[in-house]
Ligand binder design. Structure first.
Ligand SMILES: Nc1nc2c(c(=O)[nH]1)N[C@@H](CN(C=O)c1ccc(C(=O)N[C@@H](CCC(=O)O)C(=O)O)cc1)CN2
Length: 287
């Protein structure tokens, strides 16, 4: 078996095309949605992601507000920029690019954000809304995974999903999304401390690999016909992405997300969705 591709690039392009129409409708009402970003430090990967987010904004007509601080920035300097973005009327929503430099209290920074402008869905109030099944911005990578599966008609309803990872941007919230009644999956959350990961993986109809451990998902651990999504980003000595999923998995799985070209572009597309939805909410509140 050679797996079919869960094509994140094409799916993200379809989402962006829909958003272009919605942004034009907002502009016709005199509203231009704007995405703010705060990048602290000079990590090349983070800079690439932030630049990509602004390229996406330009494509769909969303305005860009870019803020940068050196990696020597203090907690107070970072919090000052957060306060400025909270107050900036051109900024509909914004993100603080993660990870922040060592020594910075990330949770304090996220808590200081205006939850109505939290384009990442990572503010405690928005994570709480997710737990309570209330409407709010959804974390971008988890929602990107759900949309990628839906777009390719992979059956989520009743599926057993094994998530590998427990990080704040993906692993923590993806079980909350997948177990909503609209998705109706059963989720097992594993991580690098799981005693017999292989036994868990063998039960999975869908695997979401977000451990950040190169090739932790091996062909012999995957049930034939499963869908496998590779969210892990490690780099080899040439700077090339090495995912969490061993290439041999493509011979066992029915569906596989390439990496790059799978979940990454979906993360960026969902960020734009969150900004446009926030602008649409603001427009409705203004009536
Ligand atoms: N504030 C946030 N910080 C981080 C998040 C996040 O969702 N919010 N997630 C990751 C990084 N990330 C978004 O910021 C992200 C990761 C990957 C991609 C992407 O498009 N990747 C490409 C390949 C890129 C490459 O070659 O390096 C792909 O998969 O095709 C976009 C965004 C951590 N921080």
């Amino acid at each position: 078996m050679t797996a079919q591709i869960l094509d994140g690039k094409a799916t993200a392009a379809a989402i962006k095309s829909d958003l272009t129409v919605r942004v034009a409708a907002l502009k016709a009402q005199g509203i231009t949605p704007g995405l703010g970003t705060l990048l602290v430090g000079d990590d090349p990967g983070s800079r690439w992601y932030v630049n990509g987010k602004h390229r996406d904004c330009a494509q769909v007509g969303i305005g860009s507000i870019q803020r940068e601080l050196p990696d020597t920035a203090t907690q107070e300097e970072i919090e000052d920029v957060v306060r400025e973005l909270n107050a900036n009327p051109e900024c509909t929503g914004y993100i603080v690019q993660l990870p922040l430099p060592k020594g910075i209290d990330t949770n304090r920074v996220l808590e200081l954000m205006d939850p109505a402008k939290d384009a990442d869905g990572l503010h405690p109030m928005n994570l709480g809304r997710l737990v309570l099944n209330e409407t709010g911005p959804l974390p971008c990578t988890p929602q990107g995974v759900v949309q990628l599966l839906r777009h390719h008609d992979v059956e989520i309803n009743g599926a057993h999903v094994v998530v590998v990872g427990r990080g704040v941007t993906i692993g923590r919230s993806i079980p909350l999304l997948l177990t909503r009644k609209s998705e109706n999956a059963t989720v097992t959350q594993c991580h690098t401390g799981t005693r017999d990961l292989s036994a868990q993986l063998k039960q999975a109809d869908i695997i979401v690999a977000a451990a950040g451990v190169p090739h932790i998902i091996k062909p012999e651990d995957v049930k034939p016909g499963a869908a496998v999504l590779d969210v892990g980003v490690s780099r080899d000595e040439h700077g090339k992405i090495v995912g969490d999923v061993h290439p041999g998995v493509a011979e066992v799985a029915a569906w596989i997300s390439p990496n790059p070209g799978g979940v990454g572009p979906m993360t960026r597309a969902q960020l734009l969705v969150n900004v446009v939805e926030a602008a649409e909410r603001n427009a409705a509140d203004a009536v």
